[in-house]
Design a protein around this ligand. Structure first.
Ligand SMILES: O=c1[nH]c(=O)n([C@H]2C[C@H](O)[C@@H](COP(=O)(O)O)O2)cc1CO
Length: 158
């Protein structure tokens, strides 16, 4: 039952903050979709919009809310979250910023990177892996199902 509840709190679902590139580029949006669907079997994903194919690299409607509103809402969600899961293959300033803030908040962080992209992950992300609260996991697309199930780095195991 630990799967969809927070340890010691059987009355509420785990809150997951998912990070993925938006203005940094939407190349991996279908992968974000798959990750978010999987995470939704573990708990509530606060940032489901990140995985929406409707959302372009312009981001959410900034005219209605403004970038400040997006920022403040997201930092608030980050604070509320039990775990942060980030797909970090597509470089994104916003994702890097969220991860830095999350480290400061001492959140449990799980980063997923695909070496098959040919990219080399930022040292500020790979180098933040401490084998404890901050874990970076290299994976390939066909491993996606298993990677979130694994004990080591599994966001649902505390
Ligand atoms: O419209 C938005 N809504 C939003 O929630 N974000 C947050 C969530 C994503 O994990 C992250 C993406 O940052 P960026 O847009 O710099 O790639 O920032 C970012 C934007 C646009 O920057």
């Amino acid at each position: 039952y630990l799967r969809d509840t927070v340890q010691g709190e059987t009355d509420r679902r785990m809150k997951v903050y998912f990070c993925g590139s938006i203005r940094g580029g939407r190349d991996d949006v279908l992968l974000y979709r798959k990750i978010v669907e999987k995470l939704q079997s573990y708990g509530t994903v606060l940032t489901e919009h990140v995985s929406s194919t409707e959302l372009s690299d312009r981001g959410e409607d900034a005219s209605a809310a403004g970038d400040r509103a997006i920022h403040d809402r997201d930092v608030d969600w980050l604070r509320q979250s039990d775990v942060v899961v980030a797909e970090v293959t597509q470089p994104s300033l916003g994702v890097g910023y969220e991860l830095g803030r999350a480290v400061d908040m001492k959140k449990k962080i799980f980063c997923l990177f695909r070496p098959s992209s040919g990219r080399c992950l930022s040292a500020m992300i790979r180098g933040a892996d401490d084998g404890g609260l901050f874990v970076v996991r290299d994976y390939s697309e066909d491993e996606l199902e298993n990677v979130l199930e694994e004990t080591q780095g599994n966001p649902t195991k505390t």
